[in-house]
Design a binder for this molecule. Sequence first.
Ligand SMILES: Nc1ncnc2c1ncn2[C@@H]1O[C@H](COP(=O)(O)OP(=O)(O)O)[C@@H](O)[C@H]1O
Ligand code: SF4
Ligand SMILES: [Mg+2]
Length: 395
Amino acid sequence: MRRTTSVSETPGSEKPGSERSIGERPGNPSAGVATATRGTVATGGVEATGTGAVTTGGAATPTAPTYQQPHQPLLTVEALQTHFELRQWGFLRVGSVRAVDGVSFTLDHGESATIVGESGCGKSSLARTLLGLHRPTAGRVTFAGTDLATLRGRALKAYRAAVGYVQQDPYGALPPFMKIRRILEEPLIVHGVGTRRAREERIAAALEEVGLEPAHETWQKFPHQLSGGQQQRVVIARALLLRPKLIIADEPVSMLDASVRAEILELLRTIQRQHRLALLYITHDLSTVRHYAHRAMVMYAGRIVEQGPVERLLDRPHHPYTRALLAALVDPDAANAHQQRPIPAGEPPSLLHPPSGCRFHPRCPAIMVGRCEHFDPEEAHPRPGHRVACWLHSR
Ligand SMILES: Nc1ncnc2c1ncn2[C@@H]1O[C@H](COP(=O)(O)OP(=O)(O)O)[C@@H](O)[C@H]1O
Ligand code: SF4
Ligand SMILES: [Mg+2]
């Protein structure tokens, strides 16, 4: 079952000609969105309603599979693994980077969840696997009851349309040689949306929704003529254009000036609520989590070590790593703001050779020697919906 992806490939892509169960266009899940610059990608979303077709401004989308089945989670991730095979000189197998190593969670329709963890713990690899940019090594991703690995042709196109992607680097996500209007029109053309006029109306509506008014002024510009915050608004508009059911936002504000971060997060939250979208907000910054998500998942070394309702997880964290992350937050007291609090101590582990037993054990202040370094903690359920992988809570 286990399969690894060679890192000699372009990151985020499969080898030409290799079997690819989700993703026929390496590096681009949107089946035609022209964003393949600097190795970046973007998705949009076609309407995937019960009727399979919608009209906006006179534009009709092609028929798409039904994604509205509220009785089941929108997204189900089961024991997902994404490993990257490392080779020396292109042929000598060195080992596998276990970027995602047994991740399970669900996301409901209209729910916002956050994945939080230090840099290098596998957040982006997880996001890109969900988007179909990395083929899972093992495990399963189910979107509205359909296994991603089975999607082909129109169904695959509809899936890509139903999942919007907001990346960390907005400038890298926008082709520098195209005007905003063309960038936004591309996914609509690819997905066969309406007449030119209908597309313009939809683009104008999307730009206005993300606060880029007047739209006809914005769409005449090239990406470099916009500020970082405006660029990210364009990326969000593009993710919204085809009316996705889910948006995956991977560190959407980490490359922006501090002054615009809250605005962009607020915009995402407003859009998520108004459109009743599911949102997977990925961040290394626990301080932004409380206001922008219903549920939080804490990721460490390729695994989710704790997950639960945001309030509970932040107010009563159980896992020593979650506690350490919370302790590392900047003190809101201005008098202490200058103090650096490098917690948790120690370095994140190598995912090429992750620690045995509990992966947090080399840094854990509560380690139970003789147990934690030898045995993977079993998951405990302190409260309904609250799960923690730590021997302190498992029996
Ligand atoms: N395409 C790839 N090939 C090989 N290793 C990769 C690839 N993408 C990510 N990795 C490795 O996987 C680990 C997790 O990376 P990433 O998912 O980017 O973490 P995060 O987003 O949490 O910072 C890192 O060790 C990174 O070097
Ligand atoms: S299982 Fe042991 S080492 Fe791991 S977090 Fe819990 S107490 Fe710490
Ligand atoms: Mg990342």
